[in-house]
Write a new protein. Structure first.
Length: 128
């Protein structure tokens, strides 16, 4: 599955897939896998994109706002970002980004994230 995701992400970054084509791949179950708890093991390359099926939760380790540390709980990050409600399942796009020097916490959508200094990996989430 990871190889398929990397190939699709490559063509997606180059603008070779339309949103309709991405949705079709997702609907066929060919693109999204179950979300890992965190992105820490997948944040090895900036720009890498993953599609995951995730169910939102309202608590867990979470650092940052908009950009989260690689060890932040993905299921909490998607609720914090307003993409998924608690106990709702959805497909999300997760993109590995350059780590920040400072992560600013906040309370959004009933989820608290915390401040943190420099951390080696980071990601951003968006709804598909």
């Amino acid at each position: 599955m990871k190889v398929v995701q990397e190939l699709v992400a490559h063509f997606d970054r180059q603008g070779r897939f339309s949103p309709k084509q991405i949705k079709h791949l997702l609907d066929q179950g060919m693109l999204a896998s179950e979300a890992p708890p965190t992105m820490i093991d997948l944040c090895d390359r900036t720009g890498a994109t993953f599609y995951f099926r995730v169910t939102g939760v309202n608590d867990g380790p979470l650092w940052g706002t908009d950009v989260y540390t690689g060890d932040s709980l993905l299921a909490a990050a998607v609720v914090h970002a307003g993409l998924v409600k608690i106990d709702e399942s959805a497909i999300v796009k997760v993109t590995v980004v350059e780590p920040l020097q400072q992560y600013v916490g906040s309370v959004l959508n009933g989820v608290t994230s915390h401040d943190f200094g420099a951390f080696g990996t980071a990601y951003r989430v968006e709804r598909v």
